[in-house]
Design a protein around this ligand. Structure first.
Ligand code: SF4
Length: 373
């Protein structure tokens, strides 16, 4: 269930899945829904890849995936794993040796489809390597690369074909007594993806990795992901998510968190509630929010801030936020603390002042959380 249980119309009942570990991050069961992204640097460029992993982790990524297309990348992976603050998933396609090398290099999880890596002996070798190195596996079914026999059977990529593909890969792992796996059934089409995910959610209790593949650029991909992943999460489906964008991995993490935040499934950083602004605004709302978003990026404590142009909605929104500012007249506005009008502040000094108030509140909340532990 989400954290909003005080208001039943906001409750989300999560599908009960098994829990697995991706390194030190639990995925499934009642674990928080993990946010993932993937690097887009050359894996062999260790410094650039580590920098990207660190930036993603700083933005909140719980897990980061790295492509391992060749032997040189497997070697680089070892160093990347050593430097990474979060568990690394190795993305493997077809080549079973890469899977073994990645497990040996310390990958926390292999993204690999056991049905696509060759004969039984090879599959067994990869599974053994995963088991020996405490490495979980993600089965990654993709509508764009379904097995030939399923395309022949179903005529085109469809939810049934994707579910069947997933179950075939699952069976291989289970036949080898390997159960530390999660599964994704991605498509770039929102409808196809959502239907396939609903099907697989019913057919297995494995944790589910959600994603809309090749979703597009920052704006279009964000919207597609918010609709596709948002609907599934709302239904209670999904234990870890990756928003795929043709954009910086940090943006993927931010969007992933915003989707989870919108549904009350996870909380991180400052949730800014702001009005769209209009002729009544007592200060430049849009510029202020842009600046505050940037200036408050370092805050990880979950809290809320309302930035509202005028008294039409300002006091009401401020009631429900930790810190608030409502535009008034004559170049100043009202600062609200814990829902109550506190003091006036000039528009010129308001940004620095709000940053300070938010930092103070975050420190206060952190101290309270620590004391409660
Ligand atoms: S809160 Fe005030 S400034 Fe903001 S959109 Fe509404 S009326 Fe306009």
């Amino acid at each position: 269930m989400s954290l909003n249980h005080v208001r039943p119309w906001r409750d989300i009942y999560r599908r009960k899945s098994r829990q697995i570990m991706v390194g030190n991050v639990p995925v499934g069961g009642d674990a928080p829904i993990a946010v993932q992204t993937m690097t887009n640097t050359l894996t062999t460029d260790v410094a650039a890849t580590v920098a990207q992993v660190q930036a993603a982790a700083e933005a909140g990524a719980d897990i980061v995936r790295v492509s391992v297309p060749d032997e040189a990348s497997s070697k680089a992976l070892k160093e990347i794993v050593r430097e990474s603050p979060v568990p690394i998933v190795a993305d493997i396609h077809f080549h079973y040796r890469r899977g073994i090398e990645a497990a040996e290099a310390g990958a926390a999880c292999l993204r690999i489809n056991p049905g696509n890596i060759g004969d039984e002996a090879r599959v067994k070798e990869v599974i053994k390597a995963a088991r020996d190195h405490n490495c979980s596996i993600r089965i990654g079914v993709n509508a764009g690369s379904l097995e030939k026999h399923l395309l022949e059977k179903y005529g085109e990529p469809c939810p049934e074909a994707m579910v069947e593909s997933g179950l075939e890969h699952i069976r291989i792992l289970q036949d080898n007594d390997f159960h530390e796996f999660k599964i994704s059934v991605k498509a770039s089409d929102v409808f196809l993806s959502a239907a396939a995910y609903q099907g697989i959610a019913e057919a297995t209790d494995a944790p589910i990795h959600l994603g809309i593949t090749e979703a597009g650029g920052l704006v279009s991909g964000t919207i597609k992901s918010a609709i596709g992943l948002g609907n599934l999460l709302w239904m209670g489906i999904g234990d870890t998510i990756r928003v795929s964008l043709s954009a910086d991995p940090v943006e993927e993490v931010k969007v992933g968190f915003e989707i989870l935040k919108s549904l009350g499934l996870r909380h991180r950083g400052v949730n800014i509630i702001s009005c769209p602004s209009c002729a009544r605004q007592g200060f430049d709302v849009i510029k202020t929010v842009e600046t505050l978003e940037r200036r408050l990026e370092h805050i990880k404590t979950p809290m809320s801030l309302s930035i509202i142009g005028c008294v039409v909605n300002g006091p009401g929104e401020a009631l429900m936020t930790d810190v608030g500012f409502t535009g008034g007249g004559a170049g100043s506005g009202m600062v609200y603390l814990a829902g109550k009008a506190s003091h006036k502040m000039s528009n010129e000094q308001m940004i620095d002042h709000i940053v300070e108030q938010v930092e103070n509140k975050a420190a206060e909340l952190d101290a309270a959380a620590e004391a409660a532990e």
